[in-house]
Design a protein around this ligand. Structure first.
Ligand code: FES
Ligand SMILES: [Fe+2]
Length: 441
C-alpha cells in the first residue's frame, strides 16, 4: 500500500508542532521514502580523510543502500565514487578498506577505472568499436556524487539537485573547527578500529536519544550508582580513574542537565551542552594547554577547551563529542534496524591521555562490554515493539514547547528542552516533502 508517496500533506501531518505520529518509526513505506528522499537530499558523512592517507587508499561504506568508495587520488585530493561497475553493476571493491594502486579493476569482467572513476580499459575492446557503449552511461565510468571536505570530515550529497554543502550545514560547521583545533596542528585522525552495533530500532529513535538529557537520570541510574559504589571502595586520597571521571557524571541531576543549555540550527542540527556537559570536568595537561596557546592563541584556546558539548548532531547521520573525541555514524538498515558505528578521533600532536580518555569512554559506553549503551538499546527495542501495539499512536515532544518557536531556526534553549528533537523532525518533514530542488512541495 502506498499511502505517503504521493501525499506530501499526509507526511506533514505526521509531524505536528509538539508531537509525532508513530508511523515515522514504523512505516516500511516511509523508510523507503527516507532512502529515496531524505538521504538523497541531505549531506551525509562518508568518512574521515585520515582513513585514506596515501594515493590509492580507499574506504567503503553504504548510505541509503548506495555503495560508496572514498578514495585518495594521485594528486592527494579525495573522491567519492559509487562502488558499482559501469558494465553490469558488480562491486568494484569488496573489502572495507585497502589500497587499489593506480586503478580499480572489476573482479567480474576486468573493466578498469582510474581512481577518479574514468573508464581506463576494457578487455576485447575491438568488440566495442562501432557500438554506442562509449557514448552512454557505461562509457562514462563510475558515478561520482557530490562531495565536500571540512577539516578532514568527508560528506556527500547523493542527489545532484540537493542543497549546497555550506547552505545545508552552515554555522554548525564551526563545531568541526573546534574539534580539529583541539590539535595543536589543527588536524585529527581516526585512531584504531570501529565499534559496530546493530540495534532493532528505527534510526530516528537513536538520533533523538543523542539529544535527550533527561533520560540519563533514570535509564542510566545503575551506571552512576555502580560508579559511586566503586568510588566508595577507593582510599580518600586515591586519584580518580578515567572510568570513574567519565561514569560518575551520568548521575548528575535534572537541574544540571537543564543548565547545560542547547542550541539548534537549521536542517535538524544541534549542539547539546553549550555551557557545560557531563564531559566538562576532565582536567587538561598544562603542557597541552601551552601547545594549544602557541598554535591558536590564548583566546581561541580558552574557547576550544571550554567547548565540551555532550553531543553534536549533524542531521541525519553524524553525532559527535568534542571531549572525548568520539564520532558516531548512524546508518539505517531497515525500518527497525539501525547500524551505529563508533570511532575514536585523536588530535594530532596532543598528549596520549586525550586518546586514552576517548578509548576508555567508547569502551565503557558503546562497546559490546558497555555498561551504558545497553541500557539505551534495551529501551529503544522495547519502544519499537510497543509503538506497534494498539493504543496511543502519538509520541510526545511537548517539553518546553512554545508557540512560534519554529519561526526561529537558530536559538538557544535549556538542555532539557525537547526542541532539539522537534527540530530534527521538522527537518525530516521538510526533506521528505521537498521536490528535488529543495522547495517544499
Ligand atoms: S560487471 Fe564489471 S566488468 Fe563486468
Ligand atoms: Fe543513554
Amino acid at each position: 500500500m502506498t499511502r505517503y508517496r504521493d501525499d506530501a500533506g499526509a507526511i506533514r501531518a505526521l509531524v505536528q508542532e509538539d508531537r509525532v505520529h508513530r508511523d515515522v518509526y514504523l512505516s516500511e513505506e516511509l523508510f523507503r521514502l527516507e532512502q529515496e528522499r531524505l538521504f538523497q537530499r541531505s549531506w551525509n558523512y562518508v568518512g574521515h580523510e585520515s582513513q585514506v592517507p596515501e594515493p590509492g587508499d580507499y574506504y567503503t561504506t553504504e548510505i541509503a543502500g548506495q555503495p560508496l568508495i572514498l578514495v585518495r587520488q594521485p594528486d592527494r585530493n579525495l573522491r567519492v565514487l559509487m562502488n558499482r561497475c559501469a558494465h553490469k553493476g558488480a562491486r568494484l571493491v569488496c573489502q572495507v578498506q585497502g589500497n587499489t594502486g593506480k586503478f580499480f579493476r572489476c573482479p567480474y569482467h576486468a573493466w578498469a577505472y582510474k581512481t577518479d572513476g574514468a573508464l581506463l580499459a576494457v578487455p576485447l575492446k575491438t568488440g566495442y568499436e562501432h557500438t554506442r557503449m562509449h557514448a552512454c552511461e557505461s562509457g562514462a565510468g563510475l558515478v561520482a556524487p557530490r562531495m565536500a571536505v571540512h577539516r578532514g570530515f568527508v560528506f556527500t550529497c547523493l542527489s545532484a539537485d540537493g542543497p549546497e554543502f555550506s547552505d545545508y550545514l552552515g554555522p554548525v560547521l564551526t563545531v568541526l573547527d573546534s574539534l580539529a583545533d583541539r590539535s595543536p596542528m589543527g588536524e585529527l585522525q581516526i585512531a584504531g578500529g570501529c565499534l559496530r552495533s546493530v540495534m532493532r530500532c528505527n534510526w530516528k529513535m537513536y538520533l533523538e536519544n543523542v539529544n535527550d538529557s533527561v533520560h540519563p537520570v533514570s535509564t542510566h541510574e545503575s551506571v552512576s550508582a555502580t560508579a559511586r559504589s566503586v568510588q566508595d571502595t577507593q582510599p580518600a586520597d586515591a586519584p580518580e580513574s578515567i572510568a570513574l571521571q567519565q561514569l560518575l557524571p551520568f548521575g548528575s541531576g535534572y537541574d544540571f542537565f537543564t543548565r547545560t543549555g542547547a542550541r539548534i540550527y537549521p536542517n535538524g542540527h544541534s549542539v547539546l551542552g553549550i555551557h557545560a556537559s557531563i564531559h566538562s570536568g576532565y582536567d587538561m595537561p598544562e603542557e597541552y594547554r601551552q601547545a594549544l596557546e602557541a598554535a591558536h592563541g590564548a583566546q581561541r584556546t580558552a574557547e576550544i577547551l571550554g567547548f565540551a558539548p555532550q553531543n553534536v548532531v549533524l542531521f541525519p547521520s553524524l553525532a559527535l563529542k568534542g571531549s572525548p573525541q568520539t564520532l558516531r555514524v548512524i546508518r539505517p538498515l531497515g525500518v527497525d534496524r539501525t547500524l551505529v558505528e563508533v570511532w575514536a578521533l585523536a588530535p594530532k600532536g596532543a598528549p596520549q591521555v586525550l586518546l586514552e580518555r576517548t578509548l576508555t569512554y567508547n569502551r565503557l559506553t558503546f562497546s559490546p562490554m558497555s555498561v551504558v549503551a545497553h541500557d539505551d538499546i534495551h529501551i529503544f527495542e522495547g519502544v519499537q515493539r510497543s509503538l506497534a501495539a494498539q493504543g496511543n499512536p502519538w509520541i510526545s515532544l511537548h517539553r518546553e514547547y512554545r508557540d512560534g518557536e519554529q519561526l526561529e531556526p537558530e536559538q538557544e534553549v535549556s538542555g532539557t528542552n525537547e526542541l532539539l528533537m522537534r527540530n530534527q523532525f521538522r527537518a525530516w518533514a521538510t526533506l521528505m516533502t521537498a521536490d528535488a530542488k529543495g522547495a517544499s512541495a
